[in-house]
Design a protein. Structure first.
Length: 326
């Protein structure tokens, strides 16, 4: 017990936490800088062509109101101070704080990401196992071809086509109605979530399947697998207990990365299917040039991504404790 406590408080965990903090700081600086490089600001976005009719005095007052009159380093430090004190900013277009907006949008994206990753694992892992069972055979070729076709099809295309076919041919378009939260109308919520989750799940099942296939083929060539087969271990038990278990490290890695990307990369699906998630919140904030909305929401996404990676590290330790000693 003593050695475990020392180890968990020692170098590996400390290094990961340090890397996480540096990553979050880098994301914050990069997002802040890119937003200022892009043309326009919240004033021009709000007033449009009428912004040219504003007097210098009015412009100065608006710049002071939005905090745009301060030097860039001061703007960044002011926003960062607000983040540390729980103030993520305020959206004048939405008429509410960014914290409240995020609290409403985050459960939508989390639900979508969980459904999508579950579907991806259900499709990807068995598909990879089937492909690896006979490398070079017909089943392997079909699985690899299907995987490449799915991977090459962009989400916006498959999502739009499926939504159009179901709406026009079958009259099924639950996403055309107001979004129903899971706690208020579970049946409608599932109907609105099933198609975007399917589109995203199938798209990320491809890399999971390829990773599973490669990992299984690598493990099958190890000496301990040949030894287990020589001892008469049944093929099914051999694949489940020995091959798949030892292939979990790369599968967990890929699954963790895909889940992390889903938290911020589901914006296309959220936009197509009118889901009020956190990705769509970033997109609307960018369109309206609301700096605090975009900066704070991107930071929240980055924090979630880092947490997913830390959880993935913990899963590594459960699968193979030797990972922490590297």
């Amino acid at each position: 017990m003593k050695s475990t406590l020392i180890h968990l408080g020692g170098h590996p965990v400390t290094r990961r936490l340090g890397e996480a903090l540096l990553t979050l700081l880098g994301v914050s600086v990069l997002t802040f800088t890119l937003l200022r490089v892009l043309p326009g600001d919240q004033i021009t976005s709000s007033y449009g062509i009428d912004a040219g009719d504003l007097t210098k005095s009015q412009l100065a007052q608006l710049h002071a109101y939005y905090g745009l009159d301060k030097p860039l380093p001061e703007q960044f430090l002011s926003w960062l101070h607000g983040v540390f004190t729980g103030n993520l900013g305020y959206s004048s277009n939405a008429g509410q704080s960014v914290a409240d907006m995020t609290a409403d949008a985050l459960p939508v994206t989390l639900e979508l990401a969980v459904l999508a990753i579950v579907l991806a694992l259900v499709i990807g892992i068995p598909g990879g196992m089937i492909a690896a069972s006979r490398p070079g055979a017909l089943r392997d070729g079909v699985a690899q071809t299907a995987s490449l076709l799915v991977l090459s099809a962009p989400v916006f295309l498959t999502g739009t086509v499926l939504a159009s076919i179901l709406a026009n041919s079958f009259g099924w378009n639950p996403n055309g109605q107001t979004f129903a939260p899971l706690t208020e109308d579970p049946l409608m919520n599932i109907q609105q979530m099933v198609l975007p989750a399917l589109v995203l799940g199938v798209s990320i099942a491809s890399p999971i399947m390829q990773t599973t296939r490669t990992a299984i083929l690598d493990i099958r060539g190890e000496d301990f697998i040949r030894t287990a087969r020589a001892k008469g271990v049944p093929e099914h038990a051999l694949h489940v207990r020995h091959v798949l278990r030892n292939a979990l490290i790369p599968i967990v890695t890929m699954s963790g990365l895909q889940f992390g990307f889903l938290l911020g990369g589901a914006v296309v699906a959220e936009q197509i299917f009118s889901l009020p998630g956190i990705g769509r919140q970033v997109l609307l904030g960018m369109g309206q040039k609301e700096y605090s909305v975009v900066q704070s929401t991107v930071l929240v996404i980055a924090v979630l991504f880092v947490l997913v990676n830390l959880v993935t590290d913990l899963v590594y330790r459960m699968v193979d404790p030797r990972v922490w000693s590297r």
